[in-house]
Design a protein around this ligand. Sequence first.
Ligand code: AMP
Ligand code: GLY
Length: 420
Amino acid sequence: MNILIIGRGGREHAIAWKAAQSPLVSKLFIAPGNEGMRHLGQVPVELVNINENASDDLVAFALEHHIDLTIVGPEAALINGIANRFAEAGLAIFAPTREAARIEGSKQFAKDLMQKYQIPTASFRTFSQYEEAKQYLQETGAPIVIKYDGIAAGKGVVVAMTMEEADQALQDMLLDHNFGEGKVLMEAYLEGPEFSLLTLVNGRQVVPLVIAQDHKRAYDGDKGPNTGGMGAYSPVPVIPQAQIDWAIEHIMQATANAMVEEGCPFTGILYGGLMLTAQGPKVIEFNARFGDPETEVVLPKMKSDLVQHIVDLLDHKPVTPAFYEEAFLGVVMATKGYPGKYGKGFPIRHLDLVKQTVFHMGTTLKDGEYVTNGGRVLFVVGKGHTLAEAQKDAYEGVNMIECPELFYRNDIGWQAIKKA
Ligand code: AMP
Ligand code: GLY
């Protein structure tokens, strides 16, 4: 099979790396990909110089190169309807339609769906006027969570511990329109450990993968600004299997069924960002795609053939993935300044000495040498019999890499490892 992967980050590197292990795959195309993805074992790889969002060009490319299956990473392409375009052209794509991707693209849509189908989530109200939102804030008090309804690159969520913080967020979103003209959701503050549950979905068929935990804050001890994610690990021992099973049935399966009922069946990765509260698992958010960096530990943990699973799922055949027993833990190396302003083009040395798996999140080649080319740059994956061993392994890899302009968290997995 010829496979096309759309995207350019660590997530797409992990998908490509995993797909390259499948005996079904004869050639991999990645649009646009990055230079770190060129060598994936025996399978030939071609980087295609087409932007993720250029769906006309991507469709034309897929037709011309006889692409048998396309897998999409980034949400913007999904929300813009890339799956609709591929389907219209008769091309197989593992991705939700524009209508189904609303589960990520519109928080209002996701919340209304959960309310209608009794899928557990924080209670909420929606506002488009600052004065009304302010009044509601005065009634409820803090802590409270304020979310911009739309895509805001992870910055549209403010967990406000005080009235002042909450008011500031409302002013930013509803008076200054810092993210756009959208509405805001004001949501009850929930507490408990978070976990990411990725499922392969086609209509009512839901295939759960192993859960992972992400680390959203930039610095050690969960301090600093929110980021796209600074590390991840799997398994997540603080979440009991019985709670995972409950979430698979009452959250993920229930949501897939609800999407069918609503006339927008979901195909692709349905990602539940869940919190284990005192009342059981609740939804923090849904994503319509592979999580980044969760994918970079979940796919290494997968023993069975991802491409075979997707082919079977699209054929409505039963799918039973298998996973390694080992623990996997990965550390993001990011450019100093991230998630704010950062420079590019800093040389990265000794990557060839690292024996651990390294996924390239944002690198490029300059004069034959890897240099940084983004905020999140590398993802180093460790493994071991325990999470503590996997952590040690990951940091051994990190410590080999020489690039003074990179920083990373020293405590990925700390909650799990401390408790173990
Ligand atoms: P989101 O972009 O919706 O995933 O939110 C980003 C982060 O904000 C989540 O990973 C949580 O840590 C936090 N968060 C979001 N909603 C809530 C909530 N209702 N209660 C507490 N924390 C939340
Ligand atoms: N790691 C969180 C996300 O992919 O949205």
